[in-house]
Ligand binder design. Sequence first.
Ligand SMILES: *[C@@H]1O[C@H](CO)[C@@H](O)[C@H](O)[C@H]1NC(C)=O
Ligand SMILES: *[C@@H]1O[C@H](CO)[C@@H](O)[C@H](O)[C@H]1NC(C)=O
Ligand SMILES: *[C@@H]1O[C@H](CO)[C@@H](O)[C@H](O)[C@H]1NC(C)=O
Length: 443
Amino acid sequence: FLLFSPDVPGDHSAVWASRKSDIISTVEFNHTGELLATGDKGGRVVIFQREQESKNQVHRRGEYNVYSTFQSHEPEFDYLKSLEIEEKINKIRWLPQQNAAYFLLSTNDKTVKLWKVSERDKRPEGYNLKDEEGRLRDPATITTLRVPVLRPMDLMVEATPRRVFANAHTYHINSISVNSDYETYMSADDLRINLWNFEITNQSFNIVDIKPANMEELTEVITAAEFHPHHCNTFVYSSSKGTIRLCDMRASALCDRHTKFFEEPEDPSNRSFFSEIISSISDVKFSHSGRYIMTRDYLTVKVWDLNMENRPIETYQRARIQDHLRNTLCYLIPDHGLNNRMLFNINNIKIVIMTGSYNNFFRMFDRNTKRDVTLEASRENSKPRAILKPRKVCVGGKRRKDEISVDSLDFSKKILHTAWHPSENIIAVAATNNLYIFQDKVN
Ligand SMILES: *[C@@H]1O[C@H](CO)[C@@H](O)[C@H](O)[C@H]1NC(C)=O
Ligand SMILES: *[C@@H]1O[C@H](CO)[C@@H](O)[C@H](O)[C@H]1NC(C)=O
Ligand SMILES: *[C@@H]1O[C@H](CO)[C@@H](O)[C@H](O)[C@H]1NC(C)=O
């Protein structure tokens, strides 16, 4: 992979410490990969568009440039609970394009918004009751009737909020997923999942509720949820206990009883104080075909077959330094929490899985050859168009020249969000406030 888009505006590496709001909190390509949206801690959405290919600018081919930036969410205050509601964008989901405009859903902890992003290159002129600046004219001075006309102007991209889906979540929203019927979507928080119709904002249906009557009995929370890519009645959700439930909305209105339950029994000899924390699933996704489910927990990425509930068919370790990580957990957990919701993605040919790690590393696993590689997203080590060098981490013993000692890894730099272009080997990797777009060199 090589670095693809060198100048990504919004890159403030020099001042990032003072601009916490620039930290990227989600990355999502649209269904054809021409648009890439990022959301950040400051509630902003930045949309990048891939440039059209042109013959005279051979090596500028297909770079992503900023297309539109808008403020999606503002900080709010919940007066009943005396809680501040952060503006941070937790998730973005594109809707398939149906007309000239683009639509996307963005969510913070409490409120989902549907945005319309459209282009305007003409503006009306020659109103009768107002002048060109929009000030009302004195009716006494109007003596003739004018016909307004549309005049060309510089292209403007406008983002307008079309729907606001609020007041349905008591806990923090962790996922939104658009259904394959494109009429409904769901939003999941720690304890409940709601189903919405895109047209109706004052009502949603609660389809999962795992809140115990007594909160002291709470043993698990919902961590992620996703609709099946083709069957609009089926969805999965994962939990902090490392389990995945598949639900069928045809079975009952409230899907508290799952249809399938995926869990790998734990080897008692491997039990440790951290077992429960490291088994918590941070992300769940269906494969494109809908036959497999992929999950990410603290140390592994697993692939499950829908027809086999008792164990995953493939397991990939997040790092070779896994054993070392187990030992450092005592240090990592208090310092950084395990709220490192490192997410993962799979490429278009469904054989390469990518996921983030510490020290601005990200890992790729080839499901066919079972090989893996660790790459780094950093300003220092990835010059535009230079090929990324695999990074190796050594644990103890002698360190070779090209290896990095585990003790020098920076655990505060972590890659939580990545995205894979739906049909080409182009990846977007968010490392704190920097967005890196890499392209496979054979392309
Ligand atoms: C993705 O965005 C591009 C805009 O450049 C658009 O042409 C395409 O239709 C979009 N794809 C979908 C499936 O919405
Ligand atoms: C939602 O709004 C619609 C139209 O304003 C209204 O007819 C409907 O009764 C409302 N539903 C609820 C549950 O408030
Ligand atoms: C238990 O630990 C051993 C050695 O670290 C490993 O090979 C095995 O896969 C682990 N078992 C499970 C169920 O994780």
